[in-house]
Design a protein around this ligand. Structure first.
Ligand code: SF4
Ligand code: ZN
Ligand code: ZN
Length: 335
């Protein structure tokens, strides 16, 4: 076993192809934490006074995010939010105990909320009803939109100033390439850490792991003895997506030219920096006429309400799932 290229004191356990370094466990942890801290500093993602809500799915990436943020930010100013999608065979409920243990160990308060509790139907139910009505809408569309809306709502109602999600480098590159392939420049800009918010109702979203490879979060979780949920979402196989094909293509490029993904993200950050786009206007978002949340320009109802109407036939009233908060109070209209 070769020695670590940094400390020379311990055996290496990780080979980092993009740097050519062999690292021991301690130096690998330090390396990842230093890169995350650098990214946070570079884009001013976190202020000392911030209260940050972390999206904690229980997967390896969210474990790494929770672990690192609790080391570099006051844990009493952190919260975790676990959103249960309600997908049969992908029941994160059995994993909740592990997530709670991990959050408690790090002194972080955890909020566990299901999409059904908040929006009246689980992802499975929305998908089933949408199929019954002859709609061809991907389960990931239902899932992703309601998860994002839930996180924003929880953060806003509970007074958090930032929402941190555990997207890693692989996720970011896939999204950028998909947006390029679709020619969707507006969405492409939305991936930049300095993107404008568009509405005061949105809580600032940060992605501290955006320069960390997925294999690195997997290795970090393994070396830290964390056991992430290993069951894959059944919809992944049933509805193969463009994302899966893009992922395979990018992996082949990265394997032959290590560091390609990092270089692509650096190029994106420099080229699509909103502060360099002097004549680019920030789109002003309107408000959904049903739920009152922000909606894309030129839309009268938001995507989430549209999806609920398509599947459930109405927009369900979001329940007040937090004691002493006003979640759902504004959701008094059905359609
Ligand atoms: Fe949701 Fe499954 Fe799609 Fe992930 S793969 S967004 S969990 S439906
Ligand atoms: Zn070392
Ligand atoms: Zn709406």
């Amino acid at each position: 076993m070769p020695r670590c290229d940094i400390c020379s004191a311990r055996d290496a356990v990780v080979y980092q192809a993009h740097t050519g370094l062999r690292l021991c466990k301690a130096c690998f942890f330090s390396n990842v934490i230093a890169r995350v801290s650098r990214e946070i500093f570079r884009y001013g993602m976190i202020k000392h006074s911030d209260r940050i809500l972390i999206g904690v799915s229980g997967g390896k990436d969210s474990f790494v995010l929770l672990d690192i943020l609790s080391q570099i930010h006051d844990p009493s100013r952190l919260g975790g939010a676990t959103i249960i999608e309600g997908i049969d065979g992908y029941n994160r409920a059995e994993h909740i105990a592990e997530i709670k243990r991990m959050a408690t160990e790090r002194g972080v308060e955890l909020h566990v909320v299901s999409i059904k509790e908040l929006w009246g139907a689980s992802v499975d139910e929305m998908v089933r009803m949408s199929i019954e009505k002859g709609q061809r809408i991907s389960p990931c569309t239902y899932c992703g939109i309601h998860r994002r809306k839930s996180l924003n709502l929880i953060a806003r109602e509970l007074g958090y100033s930032k929402v941190a999600t555990a997207h890693n480098l692989d996720d970011e590159i896939q999204t950028i390439v998909i947006n390029i392939l679709r020619g969707d420049i507006a969405r492409l800009y939305m991936n930049h850490p300095l993107r404008p918010k568009g509405s005061g109702l949105f809580i600032d979203k940060i992605k501290p792991l955006r320069k960390i490879y997925e294999w690195e979060t997997a290795k970090y979780a393994y070396l830290a003895s964390y056991k992430p949920q290993e069951v894959e979402c059944p919809y992944l196989e049933l509805f193969p997506s463009l994302r899966a094909r893009v992922r395979d293509m990018i992996y082949r490029i990265e394997a032959s030219k290590p560091g390609s993904m990092l270089r692509l993200l650096e190029w994106f950050d420099n080229t699509f920096n909103p502060s360099k786009q002097n004549n680019r206007e920030t789109p002003k978002l309107g408000l959904c006429s049903i739920c009152g949340e922000p909606t894309s320009p030129n839309r009268s109802i938001c995507k989430s309400c549209e999806l609920q109407i398509k599947s459930l036939g109405e927009v369900k009233i979001a329940r007040n799932v937090f004691e002493n908060t006003t979640v759902g109070m504004r959701y008094s209209r059905t359609s």
